[in-house]
Structures are given as structure tokens and as C-alpha cells.
Design a protein around this ligand. Structure first.
Ligand SMILES: Nc1ncnc2c1ncn2[C@@H]1O[C@H](COP(=O)(O)OP(=O)(O)OP(=O)(O)O)[C@@H](O)[C@H]1O
Ligand SMILES: [Zn+2]
Length: 905
């Protein structure tokens, strides 16, 4: 061979070398090539005058035994004529394609490659080839030759080995290009494609069939010897498939471990709520109009897998009666005992592994063991990769009509478009509440559970059309060992009753801030998930809007509905729905869902025209109304992290900061400023300190910093409105954190430079910041008190400091001794006049003052630093100027002026 190698093209020599290597040519006993070395050595190859490559088999190359006889399929020996006649006949009749006997179809080695190019090789006269490997001993390492090449063909007709598919069923495989010896090897012997040897190495491809399994298969071989006879085919369970399908299961194989397993439907009659699907599947079975690929889709827990199993059982059921699956015949018995060898459930994720897929396909190629159909159920098929799909689909096209794939997915849209048209689709619908209740009742009575009907109704309502979910909830409740009643059900499902929800809703709509907050927190702390609460609330509101409670048995519901029938109230509920839907989106990305849901609840009252006095459910309907912004502020404070002992609270929650930032954006009149801030600015943190907020803004570029500084007043005003308290802003450059401290510009709200010298102001603010950062410096007692008592106008300017009842600081280090004197002039609540206030203030301080009943120590109620102490209603009534706090329409000062102007008019 070595000598000849030089005389032919490299690919050809490689072919022959590979041919020698292939396991199928090895002696099965010794695994050596000795037995067939003659065969290979007898090959004659030549390049003829037209440059065609001619391979010739000398002496017909079939190795006779010592007596010159050839081994026959039955193990005996025959002479060549007999052997050739038998095998040629087999081959021509096509039977040999099905059998292992003729699985290795070596080409007629005298075939002339048609192709003119010496680099391209193809095999001709395939039909006339004798089965040159007549005994099954020689077939070691080769699977059944059931058109193995097809397995490599993708839907576009390009097989995975670079072969073009031909329409002729008996394929003439032709390599598009001989790339290397390996591919040529495949061509030289069609059956080499099944061998490890032929696909290993440089091609990097793995064969679908692996010899080791076929070896197992051979061991069990006891058929009649013809490929068309299924009984001759090795049983696919016995070829080690389950070893390789890590997640393959046989339906009904386990003794039931839970209610839903125990009550899995065993006939189509038991399949609840899917009548149309049941009918169609049954008529498919009876009419025997069966296709290879079914697709079941629909929501989770609605019976898709159960139906797939029933369908598989019905297809194989031997009963001649109408009811299929009968449950009694041999096939049904095997199936329901979990011992069916022809129905397999396959895990879709594992199918993405080439090895598993290969085994699946290999099995799909083998006929059923005992049943009429071999059924593969692949659940969650949307998890299969595109390549897995294309291999499977091409397999589906090729497999016999006795193989059926049932794919299951909850979401059809996740499948690639090419898949859907190829399938027979069945849509599963959500199961109605009534059907679920009925099924639960049946389970309860069969299992002897003690139950209240209303509890089952609650379970069914909350299971969202999924019978499996309902059954699981029922099982959980039953495990408690108590009577399954309403309260237990609410508790275990983690929902609140409609009555509780209505109470909460009424509080929220009537601006009963403190009770709303209290109740919402209580509910969420004890049992309900905020996402669940929000969805329940939204559903409840929709029910009210749809008039569902009109004739409700529950008194509370009916009353609520009757009270909320006016146009304005319905509008308010509509708005509430909008707020809830926005909040739901926000909650998904928030870590602090409880807080933001409570904020949303407080905002429900900002919707117009709700008359709290109407609601008897509202526990404290006489409670004052507080604006949404006030509520937000309140919530923000509760959400802040307390800094140890510094009385400052830092808000760093991203969602919260974004909310504040976007809210402030809405308040800018200047679109360009708003756009500039949106694009370049970022709200880094908010530190609340005794009623005012230190807001830190970051900008990427120093130029942006200076630009923002120019508009600091507007920024501060907007932030004040958004936060509902006085602010002090820090504008800093965010690129270099090290220089951040030095580069930030502090705009203490004390624009009144008259009151605070630059130096002192900076010191004051830095101290605040140090304190808020938890830094080593804390405010001097006197300074902190000043900060606590600083009163600022809506522009953020420091107006005064309330020192009532306070002794001026005597400490020499105190930086504010002079101002004490100055502020003393305006500290009194009643005597404060316009002239004594900052000139920039649009209103006399006294006018901003609200009720004298306030118990807090602040001087000006309208700007009360203790958010909880003031009554919003009183403020609203008595001090209409505070209106500007609530106006989202105008920048603060403008709103204020507008109000003044209106009053003057
Ligand atoms: N239509 C139904 N009729 C009777 N039982 C059902 C039905 N749907 C669900 N079940 C119950 O729920 C269990 C699970 O159902 P199944 O696995 O068939 O649902 P599925 O739609 O395939 O769900 P998934 O998509 O989550 O796999 C069953 O064992 C059965 O107890
Ligand atoms: Zn049956």
C-alpha cells in the first residue's frame, strides 16, 4: 500500500487507510484487521486515461473461510454464488436496508467514479452492490443501515457532513468536495458514516450512531434476520439508551407522591376543561389519521402533559372498543404501570447535548418494541436550541409513520417560526373556576378531606386556570390536618381577603395616610407579597369598575360598590389603576417593594373627586388629606437608612432616586434644562436631615458641573417640590471619586448670604455632610441644633433659625454666636413679619403660618420640618399659600406668585 500511495492522490490513499481502520472491518473476536486485510489489500485502484479513479475489487474480495465458503446470515457457510444471489436479492428488495445483516453496504469496488475530477469521488451502482459483509459478526460496530445519512441532513438539504441530499431514496452520496481523507472515507464505504473512525479526527464531527451501543444491540439480536421484521430489531430499551438519557422518564413510572400525580387523568373523560382537545385527539386515534409531529401548547398546569400521555396510550391501546385508552389491554397495562418501552418522556434541555440528541434519534429510527407506535413526549420544547430543532425536524421528516413526537410548550411564541407549520397543533385553555372547584371537590371526597366550599372557591380563583396549582394548594392545606376553610386558605395562599382589600383601598382613596401606611405595612409584613397585593388590588378595582360587586353576597363589597358609582369616583378608580400598573413595573426592579407599594397607595388619593365622608369603610375618614408629594416625602423618610446617632437619613435606593429625579424633571419649565439634566445629570443620593434634604447631583463633565451651577436655583426648586422639603444641593463631578469632595459645589439653601458667611456656610454644610456620611466629624451640638432649626423658604433659602427656648451657644468654638442675636428678632411665631424676613421671600412669614395648635417647635408651619406633626388639611385651609408645595404645574416660586396674583385679583 505504501508503494501505491505515491501513485494516487492523497485522498484516495487516505480513504483506503481509513477503510482499513474502520471497526466494521475488524475481526469481532480479536478486533484486528487480519481477517479483512486481504479484502483491503485486494483493492485495486487506478487512474484511467480520462483521469478517473478506478477502484477495483480483485477476486471479489469477499473473504472465504478456509474451505472457500462464505458465511451466511444464519451462521452457516455457503458458496459465493449462493451467497451473492441471496444478498443481492435482499439488497434490491430493500430489506437489507433495515437489517443489520446488510447494514454495511460496501460499494461495488469496481464501480467507476463518475466524477471527472480526481478530487471528487462518488459511488455509483449502489443498487447493484452485494452485501459484502454477510455475517452479523462482521457487522460489529455498525448500526442498522436505515438510511443513516439522513440523520445528518438539515432542513435545507445540506447534510451535516457536507453531503448534498438527493431525492432518490436510495442515496448516492456524493461529497461536495473532498476535504480530507475522513470524508472520502465516508464515501468509500457508506456505512463508514456510522463509525467512530470515519467521523473522528479532522472533520471534528461525531456520528449519530456509536458503535458501542450497536454492539449492545447486537448482543440482543434475535430476530428473524430481515430488516422489515420488527421483532428482529433490537429493543431500544436494551441498547443502553436510558443510561444516556439522564432525564428520560417513563410515564406513570412512579408511585404517586403527591395529589396531582395521584389524580393525573387516566382517560380522556378525566381531562378537565379541555373537551375540544380531547375530542380531536380521540378522533385522530379512531380515524388513524396520525402524523409524526404534534405540538401541545397552553398555560401551565392545564393538562398538556397528561393529554400527551393519554394520547400516546390511546394510540397504542389494543382495545377495539370505543373507549381508548381502555386501561385493561396489555399495552395499557404496561403503559399505566410505567413499563411501556415505546412511550418515552424526554427532557428538552438535555436534548441540546449532541450525545443525547444522537441517542434519541437513534431510537427514533428503531421501530417500536411491542406497540403500534413509538411516542416521544418532549416537554418544555421551547428550551431546545435551533440546531436541536433542525436535527429533530429532519429526523421527523425521515422517520417512519410509526414514530410520533409530541412536543409541549407553554408559550408558542418562543418557538421558531419554521417549527409551527410543520406540526399538528392543539391549544390548551385555562381551566374554568367552576371546573377546578368540581375537580377539587372530587379529590376532597375521595381523600376524605374536611372542607368548606368557599375555601375551594378561593383556591380556584387564585389558581389562575391551573388545575395543578389548585391541587397543590389543596394538598398543602390538607397537610395542616385542619378543616380546609377560608382563613386558612387566605393564609396559605398569601393573599388578603377582598374585604381587607376594600378596607385598604378605601383608606388609600380617602387620603388616610397614616392608616393606609400602617395597614399596608401590616399586611405585607405578615403574609402578602407586594406584587401579589398590587395585582389583587388591581383586580379588585377592575371588578368594581365592571360592576361585579353589584349583586355580591358580601355586604361589604356591595356597600363599597354602591358608594362608588359616581362618575368622579369611577374616574378616580381608573386613575388608581393607572398608578398601580405603573408601580407594578417599578416594583419588579426594586428591592424595596413594600415601600414603593405604600407610596403608590398614598398616591391613589391624589386622583380627583373622592369624597371620603362617603365611605363607611374608611376608619378615619375625618383624617386630613395630605398631598401625594407630602406622602412621598413621608415615605422617603421612612425608607432612609439611619446613620448612627447623626439624625440624618440617607436615601440611596436607585429606584427611589430615579423616581425623585424624574419627578423633578417634570417641574422644569425650561425644556432645555430638563433635557440637559436628563442627559448629563444624575441624582446620586439624598440625605434627609431633620426636615431638609442634602441632595447630591453628579455630572460627568466639569463643564456640565458649571452649567448646572448656573441653574442651581431652578434645580433646587424642582427638587424641593419633588421631595416636599427644603433642599441643599451638592453638585459634583462624578468621574474622579477622589476629587469629588474637593470639586463639589455646595449650594446650601442658605442663599441668604447675609445670614451665613460663605466660610461658615461651607463649614456648616460640610459638617452636615460629614455627619450624614457617617464621617468622623459630627456637628457641634450648637451647629446641629441650628441645622435642625433652620427654616428655609420654598426656594431653599434659609430664613431664620428658631431658637425659642434655647440658650445661645456659649462655646468659643461655635461659629454662629452673632447670628443668634440677629435671628432672635424673627424667631417668634406671632411677631414675625415680612420686614423681618428675607427679602427674597415672596410671602410674609406670618402668612405662611398655619394653625397655632401645632405642638412642634417649628416656627413656620407651612414649612414645618417635622413632616408628621402638621395637619395637612389645616395647612391647606389656613394657609393657602402652601398650595405651591403641591403644584406640579409651576416652578415653586411661580406657583406662589400665581397664587398671590389670584388672591390679589
Ligand atoms: N385538564 C386537566 N384535567 C385533569 N387534571 C389536570 C388537568 N390539568 C392539570 N391537571 C392536574 O395537574 C397535574 C399536572 O398537569 P399536566 O402536567 O398535564 O399540566 P401541563 O399543562 O403539562 O403543565 P406544564 O406545562 O406546567 O407541564 C396533573 O397531574 C393533574 O393532576
Ligand atoms: Zn388499552
Amino acid at each position: 500500500m505504501d508503494g501505491r500511495r505515491h501513485s494516487v492522490d492523497l485522498p484516495i490513499s487516505k480513504t483506503l487507510i481509513a477503510l482499513r481502520r474502520v471497526r466494521s472491518l475488524r475481526d469481532p473476536d480479536t478486533n484486528s484487521l487480519s481477517r479483512l486485510s486481504n479484502f483491503v489489500d485486494n483493492l485495486n485502484w487506478e487512474i484511467d486515461s480520462t483521469n478517473e479513479i478506478v477502484l477495483e475489487q480483485v477476486n471479489n474480495c469477499i473473504e472465504p473461510n478456509n474451505l472457500g465458503l462464505f458465511r451466511h446470515s444464519d451462521g452457516g457457510f455457503v458458496n459465493w454464488e449462493t451467497y451473492h444471489a441471496q444478498n443481492t436479492h435482499k439488497h434490491k428488495s430493500g430489506l437489507c436496508k433495515k437489517t443489520n445483516e446488510s447494514g454495511l453496504l460496501l460499494p461495488n469496488l469496481a464501480a467507476v467514479c463518475e466524477n471527472k475530477s480526481s478530487n471528487e469521488v462518488c459511488c455509483n451502482n449502489y443498487n447493484d452492490l452485494p452485501c459484502t459483509m454477510p455475517t452479523r459478526d462482521y457487522m460489529e460496530g455498525v448500526g442498522s443501515c436505515t438510511e443513516p445519512m439522513d440523520l445528518f441532513i438539515d432542513p435545507h438539504g445540506q447534510d451535516h457532513n457536507g453531503f448534498k441530499r438527493r431525492s432518490n431514496r436510495r442515496k448516492h452520496y456524493k461529497p461536495s468536495k473532498v476535504v480530507g481523507g475522513d470524508i472520502v472515507s465516508c464515501v468509500s464505504s457508506p456505512c463508514l458514516s456510522l463509525s467512530d473512525a470515519s467521523f473522528g479526527g479532522s472533520s471534528g464531527r461525531t456520528p449519530l450512531y456509536e458503535n458501542k451501543n450497536i454492539d449492545n444491540q447486537e448482543t440482543d439480536y434475535d430476530g428473524c434476520g430481515t430488516g422489515s421484521c420488527w421483532s428482529s430489531t433490537p429493543r431500544f430499551q436494551e441498547i443502553g439508551i436510558s443510561k444516556h438519557y439522564g432525564n428520560e422518564t417513563t410515564p406513570f413510572s412512579e408511585s404517586p407522591r403527591c395529589l396531582s400525580q395521584k389524580f393525573r387523568p387516566k382517560s380522556f373523560d378525566e381531562l378537565v376543561g379541555q373537551n375540544m382537545v380531547s375530542k380531536s385527539l380521540l378522533s385522530t386515534v379512531y380515524s388513524q389519521k396520525i402524523t409524526s409531529f404534534y405540538l401541545f401548547h397552553g398555560p401551565s398546569g392545564t393538562g398538556k402533559t397528561s393529554a400527551a400521555r393519554l394520547f400516546a396510550a390511546a394510540l397504542n391501546c389494543l382495545s377495539l372498543e370505543k373507549k381508548k385508552p381502555c386501561g385493561d389491554c396489555q399495552e395499557c397495562t404496561l403503559f399505566f404501570a410505567g413499563r411501556s418501552r415505546d412511550v418515552k418522556e424526554v427532557d428538552s434541555v438535555s436534548m441540546n447535548q449532541a450525545e443525547h440528541l444522537r441517542y434519541l434519534i437513534k431510537n427514533a429510527m428503531l421501530p417500536p418494541v411491542s406497540s403500534s407506535f413509538k411516542v416521544f413526549i418532549i416537554d418544555e420544547c421551547q428550551l431546545m436550541h435551533g440546531s436541536t430543532w433542525s436535527t429533530l425536524l429532519s429526523c421527523i421528516q425521515e422517520v417512519s409513520r410509526h414514530i410520533i413526537f409530541i412536543m409541549i410548550t407553554p408559550d408558542l411564541s418562543k418557538l421558531s417560526r419554521g417549527v409551527i407549520p410543520m406540526s399538528q397543533r392543539f391549544q390548551f385553555l385555562k381551566i374554568s373556576e367552576a371546573d377546578i372547584v368540581q375537580r377539587l371537590e372530587k379529590i376532597c371526597s375521595e381523600e376524605g378531606f374536611d372542607y368548606d366550599q368557599v375555601a375551594l372557591e378561593i383556591i380556584s380563583t387564585r389558581s389562575n386556570g391551573s388545575l395543578r396549582d389548585a391541587e397543590m394548594t389543596l394538598e398543602q392545606l390538607s397537610l395542616l390536618g385542619k378543616r380546609i376553610n377560608m382563613s386558612l386558605t387566605y393564609e396559605i395562599i398569601g393573599i388578603v381577603s377582598d374585604e381587607e382589600l376594600l378596607e385598604l383601598l378605601a383608606m388609600a382613596l380617602s387620603s388616610d395616610t397614616s392608616n393606609t401606611v400602617k395597614r399596608a405595612r401590616e399586611l405585607m409584613r405578615s403574609r402578602i407579597d407586594p406584587m401579589q397585593l398590587i395585582s389583587q388590588l388591581a383586580n379588585l378595582i377592575m371588578d368594581i369598575l365592571a360592576g361585579k360587586f353589584q349583586d355580591d353576597a358580601s355586604e361589604v363589597k356591595r356597600q363599597f360598590f354602591e358608594r362608588h358609582t359616581s362618575e368622579a369616583e369611577l374616574q378616580q378608580l381608573n386613575n388608581a389603576l393607572k398608578i398601580l400598573s405603573e408601580t407594578e413595573k417599578q416594583l419588579r426592579s426594586s428591592k424595596n417593594q413594600t415601600t414603593w407599594l405604600t407610596v403608590a397607595l398614598l398616591q391613589l388619593s391624589s386622583a380627583p373627586s373622592f369624597n371620603p365622608s362617603d365611605s363607611s369603610l374608611c376608619v378615619r375618614s375625618e383624617q386630613p388629606r395630605v398631598s401625594a408629594d407630602e406622602s412621598l416625602k413621608h415615605l422617603l423618610l421612612s425608607q432612609c437608612h439611619h446613620n448612627n446617632g447623626c439624625e440624618s437619613e440617607i436615601l440611596k435606593d436607585k429606584v427611589a432616586l430615579e423616581l425623585i429625579w424624574s419627578r423633578s424633571m417634570e417641574l422644569y419649565k425650561s425644556v432645555s434644562l430638563s433635557n440637559f439634566l436628563k442627559r448629563h445629570g444624575n441624582l446620586a443620593s439624598v440625605c434627609f436631615h431633620q426636615g431638609f434634604a442634602v441632595v447630591e447631583l453628579e455630572f460627568q463633565h466639569p463643564n456640565h458641573v458649571s452649567k448646572a451651577e448656573k441653574s442651581w436655583k431652578l434645580i433646587a426648586s424642582a427638587l424641593q417640590a419633588a421631595l416636599g422639603c427644603n433642599v441643599e444641593i451638592r453638585i459634583c463631578h462624578s468621574d474622579n471619586p477622589k476629587t469629588k469632595k474637593s470639586s463639589f459645589r455646595l449650594f446650601s439653601c442658605a442663599r441668604g448670604n447675609k445670614r451665613l458667611s460663605n466660610k461658615n456656610r461651607t463649614k456648616f454644610s460640610e459638617n452636615i455632610n460629614d455627619a450624614s456620611d457617617g464621617g468622623p466629624h459630627s456637628l457641634h451640638t450648637c451647629q446641629r441644633k441650628e441645622a435642625e432649626r433652620m427654616i428655609r423658604n420654598s426656594d431653599g433659602n434659609a430664613l431664620s433659625i428658631d431658637f425659642s427656648g434655647q440658650e445661645p451657644c456659649q462655646q468659643p468654638c461655635c461659629c454662629f454666636p452673632q447670628r443668634v442675636k440677629h435671628h432672635k428678632k424673627i424667631r417668634s411665631l406671632d411677631t414675625c413679619t415680612t420686614s423681618e424676613t428675607d427679602n427674597n421671600l415672596a410671602l410674609p412669614v406670618s402668612e405662611m403660618t398655619s394653625s397655632k395648635t401645632c405642638s412642634c417647635t417649628c416656627v413656620i408651619r407651612g414649612l414645618c420640618k417635622r413632616f408628621t406633626c402638621c395637619s395637612g388639611v389645616e395647612r391647606q385651609k389656613n394657609d393657602s399659600k402652601v398650595h405651591c408645595w403641591k403644584s406640579p404645574m409651576y416652578p415653586l416660586k411661580k406657583a406662589w406668585q400665581l397664587r398671590l396674583w389670584q388672591q390679589g385679583a
